[in-house]
Design a protein around this ligand. Structure first.
Ligand SMILES: [Fe+2]
Ligand SMILES: [Fe+2]
Length: 219
């Protein structure tokens, strides 16, 4: 099986292993760890696509990667920016290292979101025969994106979140779990549903379905 197919299957298999509500209540960071595992599988897929340039890229792999970059990826950044970081800010207010790490993560997110959209455009930009005319530029974009993401995830997992956990009380942990569950309920129309069930329309977390989902629907 071509490496791109293997990595696409690994991404879809990973997406099916989302933690249950009970696991998130026990440890809210499990949801973030799950999303990071998905990002790592996305990086592996992007690397396999880069290795297949210029002429061996599988169109379904490129399309799935572009969809993931346009939908799931910004949704993860939004989850961290809008829910996780504000939840960490209050209990960790006294910890200057956590505050600085969060500020740095936010600024990296801004640049990463723009890069993800640029990369998604480049992956979709094929000629009539499905080939990439700017293969060298696409290879550069792919490699810089997955290298930056692997570094960012490793930094969050090994530096930022362990620091944040250390100043987290049981009450703030419960608040974070509740906020994450509300977010997940609102956005179940999104993350990788577009890959798992292609008939569902992908959204960016702000679609009509998200708006209509009542907060009372939380598990
Ligand atoms: Fe992040
Ligand atoms: Fe992250």
């Amino acid at each position: 099986m071509p490496p791109q197919k293997q990595q696409l299957e690994a991404l879809i298999a990973c997406a099916a292993k989302a933690p249950a509500a009970e696991a998130i209540r026990l440890d809210p960071f499990q949801l973030i760890a799950f999303e990071h595992a998905l990002q790592e599988r996305l990086c592996d897929l992007l690397e396999a696509i880069a290795d297949a340039l210029p002429n061996q890229v599988l169109l379904d792999a490129a399309d799935a990667a572009a969809t993931t970059l346009r939908t799931y990826f910004p949704a993860h950044l939004k989850l961290e920016n809008d829910i996780l970081f504000p939840a960490l800010t209050a209990p960790c207010r006294a910890d200057r290292s956590v505050r600085e790490a969060i500020a740095l993560a936010r600024s990296e997110h801004d640049a990463d979101e723009a890069s993800a959209l640029e990369l998604a455009e480049a992956l979709a930009n094929r000629d009539e025969e499905g080939r990439y005319r700017e293969a060298e530029a696409l290879g550069y974009l792919l490699r810089s994106f997955f290298e930056q993401q692997r570094r960012h995830i490793a930094w969050e997992e090994t530096v930022v979140f362990p620091m944040a956990r250390s100043c987290f009380s049981a009450a703030s942990k419960a608040d974070l779990a509740a906020a994450l569950l509300r977010h997940r309920m609102r956005c179940e129309c999104l993350p990788l549903v577009s890959l798992l069930a292609p008939q569902k329309k992908p959204c960016n977390g702000n679609c009509a379905d998200c708006e209509e989902k009542p907060a009372s629907a939380i598990a």
